[in-house]
Design a protein around this ligand. Sequence first.
Ligand code: NAD
Length: 350
Amino acid sequence: MQFIYEPLPYRIVFGAGSIERVPDEVAPIGKRALILSTPEQSADAERLMERLGGLGAGLFAKATMHVPIATVEAAIAQARALDADCTVAIGGGSTTGLAKALSLRAGLPSVVIPTTYAGSEVTPIWGLTENGVKTTGRDPRVLPRVVIYDPDLTLSLPAALSVASGLNAIAHCMEGLYAVDGNPVVSVMAEEGIRTLARALPVIRARPDDREARGEALYGCWLAGMVLGAASVALHHKLCHTLGGSFDMPHAETHTAVLPHAIAYNAPAVPEAMARASRALGGGNPAAALYELATSLGAEMSLARLGMPSDGVEKAARLAVRNPYPNPRPITEEGIAALLARAYAGLPPT
Ligand code: NAD
């Protein structure tokens, strides 16, 4: 056995009601916190400000998707005007993305309180968008000092969004199982993440206010975030990025429709990873089990119905071959076209 594993330096506070700990968690990090949220979650940000008492310097409730540079600059100006020395972000991947940009650009440490299943809070991956072009990178400086996971804050996340986001997290785990730079620790986290999410999502679909299932799902998403932060992605993620970039398709939903097919494609090359996935999914063929899970949750499985044009299959297959990346099974244009044709039609994987 031979591997490299670099555990990331952050503190996790997990559990229902753990938001109450926020003043204790912020105090060692800063004296004046700028609170970040989207406009939709400004009421949450205001409640947080009250909870922080003297540690709250002010609010910046303008976080938005893809971290536009203008938003980052406005937040930095606000932080300087308020003499803030740290940030507390409450929200999903978009708000976490803003906190990361403030760490990168202005050196402000952060406490992040996730309210979705994106998992960004435990990855060193940052993104910034300027003139419509998104730049991404990895830098440990963007990691929050503390992440407070309070499942009660996810109770308001609509069931359909929870399912899409949770299946996206399963995709991170599946590819972590066969990542070129994977290792035994990543595999354990990935298997447990798949198991936990596959168990929790059907309950959340049926009863979005089930607190136990919400806790399980958030735990699974933390694991998925750690897998994404520690290991590289392969065919599945690259295909989804290609489809998103080429045809402006919805992110989490595209992941859901492609995943069973990408796994079916790679399965013959990675028997050990598939044995783990099968265990986590309750037995049987993992690609078929993922398709069944997603359809049982009401997910749309046809790329056509998600907005892919009819000539998209050939175009995406060409792009995938032209742009090589590490994948356990060699990528051929015919193989990718066949995989995408089934996903286009919403058929089960072969
Ligand atoms: P989001 O942060 O854009 O949130 C979507 C909407 O849901 C927002 O209006 C938000 O205010 C609202 N919302 C959040 N929590 C809610 C709750 N509990 N109840 C009701 N509404 C709520 O969406 P997201 O899916 O969390 O994040 C997506 C972004 O995160 C993408 O831009 C993606 O690129 C990024 N991301 C980054 C990484 C990384 O490692 N850097 C990882 C995953 C995702």
